[in-house]
Write a protein that binds this ligand. Sequence first.
Ligand code: SF4
Length: 267
Amino acid sequence: MDRKRLDEIARDPRMIVGVHNYCDRWCEKCPLSSRCTVFAMEQDADADGGKESRDATNQAFWDHLHDIFAMTKQMITEWAEKNGVDLSVPLPEDVVSLCEMADKQTQEHPLITAAEDYRKKTQQWFASMEETFEQKQWEAENEALMDLPGRDPESAIWQLSDAVEIVRWYYMFVQAKLQRAMHQVIERELTGEDDETGDADGSAKIALIAMDRSLAAWAVMRNHLPDHESPILDFLVRLDRLRRQTETLFPHARAFKRPGFDDVNDC
Ligand code: SF4
């Protein structure tokens, strides 16, 4: 992709400015993909380099990222020249140490340690469940062949697969978004500045949506995996607690209007 194409995408009136800022990055399920600049750029990259350009192990992916970086750098340089900003001036030491302090306090905050705990435990549990999921798939396929009256094994396995996919999509995402939200709050506390953009609430809101969906998906998994009810209940409790902690710390998050998603309808 060249600079001209990047400008074309950015100026397309159908695009919603900032729609990608508070989405869940699940582009294949996104109702606003046709109005998103990030998605348009990724589509162009696919057209340039085929599916390989989405694969982080492939050179095409890194070449594409390098092109975007080079174009962004050029745009920043042009903007700085136009606005008389000297980019060579290093950040003052107090700004650097403030950022480091905010990083540390964010990592140590109980909300973030709880989110990290949920991520790690979910990851471990899925790793331990690989065989069970394969067995479930095998059982459903065999049952489907028997075509027993009143049984719908295919639908059951689809429900389970969807639930697994949802939990897997979001378990790392929740931590990342809460970290961003918390970092904003701590940075504002340290500097005494207001969060005029509401970015912390926006990040907290998409984390809450991810938690709501994950809770529903865990509940579906509980129905389909009765032998694993105990650990699943533990995840439900853990995640519900995290959701409530987030709502307490970010009382305005649910009301935050995400560009596109909450303007048009609640996606
Ligand atoms: S807004 Fe939709 S299409 Fe754009 S990055 Fe987010 S999920 Fe993907």
